[in-house]
Design a protein around this ligand. Sequence first.
Ligand code: AMP
Length: 414
Amino acid sequence: MAPRPRRPFRPQPRTLLPLSSAAHTAGTEPAPPPPPFEALGLSEDLLGAVRDMGFERSTPIQARAIPIALQGRDVVGQAQTGSGKTAAFGLPILERLDPAGPAVQALILCPTRELAVQVSEELTRLAAHRQAGVLAIFGGDPMSRQLTGLRQHPPIIVATPGRLLDHVQRGSLTLSAVRFAVLDEADRMLDMGFAPDVERILRQTPSARQTMLFSATMPEWVRRLASRYMRDPVTVSISGGTELVPQVRQWYIEASWADKVDALTKILDSPEVRIGLIFTETKRNADLLHVALLARGVDVTVLHGDLSQKERDEALTRFRESRVRFLIATNVAARGLDIEDITHVINYDVPSTPEEYVHRVGRTARAGREGMALTLITPIEILKVRDIEKHTRTAIERHTMDELDQLLQSAVPA
Ligand code: AMP
């Protein structure tokens, strides 16, 4: 297939509000919508950047974390990617940063290179009206590019822990001027084996720094990190995890176990399903499905944690650049994926928890676009769907394979 040109980024009004009140504690009254950014104490140039990005209102994590972080307090944010947490820590840092001050003033640690790139891009856009350079540093990227970047003395560094330590050891970067440290997706940092590196890095930064930690879950190590390396942090918890974006239409389709691959192939054959992310529960299922779809002539690749870094990069780049229409991924591999063009998220396996469902669905309808989430279920899995509906307080429409062609055409994502 010829590469499809990427659509230019055109900011449209973007509202990341919950589809339901799932972002607030279940059983309580739905919370009022979060305030506009103007009410959060940010300066005019940052408000301008936020407007340029098309953000209409703050998200719950932004509304609660920004005023606290602006006071210089440490913050523990329980929120996932998709909740708007990058701006929640990025805007207060940009507000308090001294553009003429020494490098490196702000250090953001991320568990993966994909997240590091995403966060640095978002921060660069937020900093559009400030003289504050942002550099991403991650493993697998040529040292020469990073060394050239470091010579510009960027005040903000977004890094994966291993490569950052390489630079510290080489002397190409020093952490003695760090005033802001952010640990992004701290629970995943633990999963990826970065716990010792993260602590080593924090110990090399001045203790007077402001520290912000974001994590979807709070395992013991993350709690310990907060008590050892943070000063009287304020905890901001957005229960229910990621918000669903309102433009996502959600359907489930019943198919017998034996018919699932055929059902999926039929969905993928539909021209309306332009760019799709397909989720499986396990790496093995991802591989099996990949082989089965390739054998049926589907334009598809696969991404999971057992592949080498090179293979993962290649799969992701092909998908990002629309050189392949479909990507099969496991939950972990797809965490944090922010690809604006995804029109459909397809759950080939029903996710095991409602949180995971919400997270997967959040991969479509990025940047204010519309999207669809289709979940294939075998008849007994209806209970899992009911559980998701209860948790997210939304209805997922039931459809049959026979209705599908007509339905897909009537619901073409923009
Ligand atoms: P994050 O959780 O920081 O990865 O953000 C997820 C996506 O939401 C990114 O594409 C952001 O640009 C976008 N976003 C962040 N804050 C807002 C907002 N207040 N309104 C609309 N979109 C937002």
